[in-house]
Write a protein that binds this ligand. Structure first.
Ligand code: FMN
Length: 260
């Protein structure tokens, strides 16, 4: 049994990169992925349990909320959470805190992977992917020091009511957008998008991906396609992809990554 467990959701690798950096700093850590139902929900023997995830539509991504409800943590365990976001924290930290009371929580702005909403140069604060990476690495070092020192946050994360409404409203916008997923002529039919899709929403038919309606918007397929051949209608056609450079597709497919 590892001393620490970090539950991590990551769409295009940025949160997984941060989880790996924090795990290296803490030592003896299992990173349990929450892209689909976590492979390990019994965290009762861990000394510290953390959550690292991205803000999505103002709230928690995918089915993370229900996954966290399934995790068992022993009373007295030190708990922490780190949220990455592009422009605002939203209500995700509070939602976790209501399920697993958090001893320590913090957030850090990364460049937006929400390329269907806006390119990273338009996010607030505007920044380059390189600067965003520096900011995330600096934050990760601080989180390691704080967690090892057993630091406690003085207040609970904000309820952020407007974001709660926004995350509930995601459904309609999302449904309209996912109908626009398509592969262009650069697609080689390699099938990486289908392997990466946490919901099994993509099938390769006649050498090209075919999309169903069960998408949760992680954008792994769009961001990690080696040919940048997947688009959401015209929205992403001229937009740069920026999957995390320190994470590869096979790591996103892991269920548990152990770091000594
Ligand atoms: C579908 C989608 C929705 C997002 N919504 C928000 C949002 O509402 N607010 C925000 O600040 N960032 C938002 N983001 C940006 C991510 O939180 C941020 O880029 C994060 O670093 C992504 O981490 P990941 O690559 O590990 O998934 C969104 C990203 C995606 C893909």
């Amino acid at each position: 049994m590892s001393e620490n467990i970090i539950y991590c959701y990551s769409g295009s690798g940025h949160c997984l990169d941060m989880a790996k950096t924090i795990a290296k700093g803490l030592g003896d850590t299992d990173i349990v992925m929450m892209r689909s139902f976590p492979a390990k929900t019994d965290a009762t023997e861990a000394k510290r349990v953390g959550f690292i995830f991205s803000c999505m539509a103002g709230g928690l991504p995918g089915d993370v909320e229900s996954y966290i409800k399934a995790i068992r943590i022993a009373p007295g365990t030190y708990t922490f959470a780190v949220e990455q976001y592009a422009g605002y924290l939203g209500c995700g930290l509070r939602k976790i805190d209501e399920i697993v009371p958090l001893n320590y929580w913090t957030g850090v702005s990364n460049h937006s992977t929400a390329i269907w909403l806006m390119p990273h140069t338009l996010t607030f604060p505007p920044t380059s992917p390189e600067n965003a990476q520096k900011r995330v690495d600096k934050k990760a070092a601080k989180v390691v020091a704080d967690v090892l020192a057993g630091k406690r946050s003085e207040r609970r994360p904000s309820k952020a009511k407007p974001f709660e409404l926004m995350s509930k409203g995601l459904g309609k916008t999302h449904a309209a957008r996912i109908r626009k997923f398509e592969a262009d002529e650069n697609c080689t039919g390699c099938g990486l998008c289908a392997s990466l899709c946490p919901r099994g929403n993509i099938r390769i038919e006649n050498g090209k991906p075919s999309f169903s309606a069960n998408c949760m918007g992680c954008l792994s397929c769009v961001q990690l396609c080696p040919e940048a051949a997947l688009n959401i209608g015209n929205i992403t056609k001229k937009r740069e992809r920026f999957p995390d450079r320190n994470v590869n597709a096979s790591e996103l497919l892991e269920k548990i990554i152990h770091i000594d």
